[in-house]
Design a protein around this ligand. Structure first.
Ligand SMILES: *Cc1c(COP(=O)(O)O)cnc(C)c1O
Length: 463
């Protein structure tokens, strides 16, 4: 008797698709996606048969189960919640500032329904979407007016364009910064249509350097906070107050790009030298620019506060239409700013502020508790030790922070494999490797994530 053709035992695609295992997948995928998943499983089986590695005949429901599993992998979204165990609070690659709960809720509500984005509910008339943010920012910073765009880079472009297009902008050579690879002051300046006029040297710029550079075509004087580096040694930069006095004398606006945008003084918490927005306004800057998602701890945004006449020029610039914030970001920003009405509440509820100011003793306690849970896992050797961290990544100056870390070394796999498995597991964890050990800094791990962190570690050493 002729042996039966093993290929003939494979079911038809349509037959497999009838399997009840597809019930959920059918709601998430088109019929053609389901069919091609089945076809690819059947192709796999055919090549197994060809290689002679096929085991006993595979049932229709097993084929369906394999196809459903393949489809489930496609359902995993690209953007996933990550446990940030790096200790870097403002981690650009991990989305910078996490939102506080009320801001996340506000964004969700704004996104899932209608809202009075540009309607005054009392009068039924059209209003500006900037009003809510303007009112909060004026109250918090003492500025006359305020507006918001997509990020601080956009704020810089629109300010330079609206106030100084075709004119010269005087900037110290010590402040021609690059941030995050794509934000370079000379390039931003070129895009805006303003002309950069550099003065001074990398380490020394005097007020007389600015004064000598002022001419008939000068549009504004600009100070830029050197957010992500410090020039050490023999240095001198001009005080904002001197720049403001010079601006008054020559009738020129002074713009202060403070970057990270602290609304509260963080010097007592080991972050010295971060300019506070209200101080710049009080000192007399005509416009102050800062990010929404650095030290402010809100959504990605570029905030501009200052003189009403200048803010109005910015808001009527055609670029505003391209740069303005969407409803979800505006809602999240308003909710974040509201929390600042009470500074104590801000330090408690805004994750960025809470993480940056977590006392060392509290971190130590959390690390000890977590370490003893990790020590219960047999193949791990676990230690807790003090470390220095750079809590700001590229967003804050390279100020080192004392912190506490848990050092984990599995005996079964090397540190690289361990880190890779943690990153690619069902609950992604990002940490750092130092001297062959995987370091976990709990400063940036939410307390609610601790159980999942343990689960992720167990998964990483057991697969
Ligand atoms: C971070 C920063 C910017 C860019 O801000 P984004 O919100 O990332 O666009 C501009 N200027 C300074 C001084 C900064 O620190």
């Amino acid at each position: 008797m002729k042996p039966t053709n093993p290929y003939r035992n494979l079911p038809q695609v349509a037959k497999v698709l009838d399997d009840p295992a597809f019930a959920v997948a059918r709601t998430n995928h088109s019929a053609s996606t389901l069919a091609s998943a089945v076809r690819s499983i059947l192709d796999e089986l055919r090549s197994e048969i060809e290689r002679g590695s096929a085991t006993s005949p595979v049932s229709t429901s097993e084929i369906a189960a394999r196809a459903v599993k393949q489809l489930a992998r496609q359902d995993i979204p690209t953007f996933r919640t990550v446990i940030n165990a790096t200790g870097i609070v403002l981690h650009t690659n991990l989305g910078r500032s996490p939102l506080c709960e009320s801001a996340a809720r506000a964004a969700s509500h704004a996104g899932s329904g209608y809202l009075n984005l540009e309607m005054n509910l009392d009068t039924g008339k059209r209003s500006s979407r900037q009003d809510a943010i303007r009112n909060e920012l004026c109250a918090l910073t003492g500025a006359e007016s305020a507006t918001a765009v997509n990020n601080c880079a956009a704020a810089t472009v629109i300010v330079l364009r609206a106030v100084a297009a075709g004119k010269e902008v005087i900037v110290s050579r010590g402040q021609l910064i690059e941030i995050g690879g794509s934000f370079r002051i000379p390039e931003i300046m070129a895009v805006s249509g303003a002309n950069l006029k550099e003065v001074g040297t990398t380490n020394i710029t005097r007020i007389s350097d600015y004064e000598r550079a002022i001419g008939p075509n000068t549009g504004l004087l600009m100070r830029i906070h050197t957010s992500n580096f410090r020039v050490q040694g023999f240095t001198r930069a001009v005080e904002l107050s001197d720049l403001v006095a010079l601006g008054k004398k020559h009738n020129l606006p002074v713009v202060d790009d403070v970057g990270s945008g602290a609304l509260l003084d963080l010097a007592p918490f080991g972050l010295p030298g971060e300019p506070v927005v209200s101080e710049s306004i009080r000192t007399g800057a005509d416009l102050v620019l800062f990010s929404g998602d650095k030290l402010l701890g809100g959504p990605q945004a570029g905030l501009i506060v200052g003189k009403a006449e200048l803010i109005q020029r910015i808001e009527t610039d055609p670029l505003m239409r391209a740069f303005r914030l969407d409803k979800m970001t505006l809602a999240a920003l308003e909710a974040t700013l509201r929390i600042y009405r009470n500074a104590e509440r801000a330090f408690r509820e805004i994750p960025t502020l809470r993480m940056l100011t977590t006392p060392q003793s509290e971190l130590q306690d959390r690390c000890e508790r977590m370490a003893s849970r990790l020590r219960a896992i047999p193949v791990l050797s676990v230690g807790v030790h003090p470390e220095t961290a750079f809590a700001g990544g590229g967003s804050l100056p390279e100020v080192s922070f004392p912190t506490v870390v848990i050092a984990v070394t599995p005996s079964t796999i090397n540190d690289e494999t361990f880190a890779t498995r943690l990153r690619t597991g069902s609950i992604p964890v990002v940490g750092r490797i130092q001297n062959g050990k995987f370091l976990i800094d709990l400063r940036t791990v939410f307390v609610e994530q601790e159980d999942n962190l343990i689960k992720a570690v167990i998964e990483a050493i057991s697969n």
